[in-house]
Design a protein around this ligand. Structure first.
Ligand code: PTJ
Length: 253
């Protein structure tokens, strides 16, 4: 394996890519996860590989919503497990959420490996293996969840979620927090709180906001959540892409 020099201009992106490759080798990330990563990288490049102020506002609203929730659940797939296992466990602890492995390309073997990987990173209880609940409106493979996990949750964090599932969760009345780098994708457009940011930056930043809001009153948390505008955050991300440094002078007016 080649060492990546830390002063390489795309250091963070290359490290992330290695983690996804290692995830595939460990049997926790699907091969499709590699393609999803490539898609994400393209959008991250266009966004300047930074957390936009509008994404930071979404991350703070997400933290407030999670802290105010009765039964929050963080959904983990093969990409999240490879890219941010420890960060996901830290967020679950900061907001007192459950973690549930929920895969788009479901296999029991991969669920077990991801659960073990999360436990290696400090998770004590990982849901997703009971598979005794369902998301109505989806076929069995896509709609199976834990009855006391995602099915019973009031707030769910779904990073890199597929559009059909995001819509089905919304139809169940869940408050959805979606992390996705593509502001045009159906899942962030369905979300109550779309976070247009790389999950490797988003997850720790939601945790930081949650720690900052740990002593806030219910009214203060409500005010943070109410002050958030999902359409404005999507529009801000699209504008950032259009106005990026690669835009030709003719595009600027
Ligand atoms: O492990 P599984 O079986 O649950 O499968 C997970 C993937 C991600 C492979 C599956 O859900 C999938 O195929 O997703 P899509 O349809 O390729 O969508 C991935 C979305 O996530 C795209 O909109 C990408 O831009 C975005 N994305 C990719 N990497 C990141 C990301 N968003 C935030 N942070 C990333 N690191």
């Amino acid at each position: 394996e080649t060492e990546i020099p830390e002063d390489h201009p795309r250091y963070a992106s290359l490290v992330t890519r290695h983690r996804i490759e290692a995830g595939v080798e460990m049997g926790i990330t699907s091969k499709q996860g590699l393609i999803a990563q490539g898609r994400g990288e393209a959008f991250d490049y266009l966004l300047g590989e930074r957390t936009l102020p509008s994404a930071d506002a979404a991350e703070r609203a997400a933290a407030a919503t999670l802290l105010a929730a009765d039964r929050p659940v963080l959904s983990v797939n093969g990409n999240v497990a490879a890219l941010a296992p420890g960060e996901t466990v830290a967020l679950a602890e900061a907001v007192d959420a459950d973690i549930e492995v929920n895969l788009f390309n479901h296999t029991d073997e991969r669920v077990r490996r991801i659960a073990a990987h999360l436990r290696d990173h400090g998770a004590d209880d990982v849901k997703g293996l009971a598979a005794d609940g369902e998301i109505p409106g989806l076929d069995h493979a896509r709609g199976t969840v834990d009855a006391d996990g995602i099915e019973a949750a009031d707030v769910v964090v779904v990073p890199l979620e597929d559009g059909d599932r995001a819509e089905a969760l919304d139809a169940m009345g869940k408050t959805e927090i979606v992390i996705d780098l593509n502001p045009g994708s159906r899942s962030p457009r369905t979300a109550d709180i779309p976070i247009i940011d790389n999950l490797v930056r988003a997850v720790p930043n939601v945790t930081a906001h949650a720690r900052d809001l740990a002593d806030a009153s219910a009214a203060e948390l409500q005010a943070v959540a109410d002050g958030f505008d999902p359409d404005a955050t999507l529009a801000a991300a699209e504008a950032a892409i259009r106005e990026g440094s690669f835009a030709t002078p003719d595009d600027e007016n």
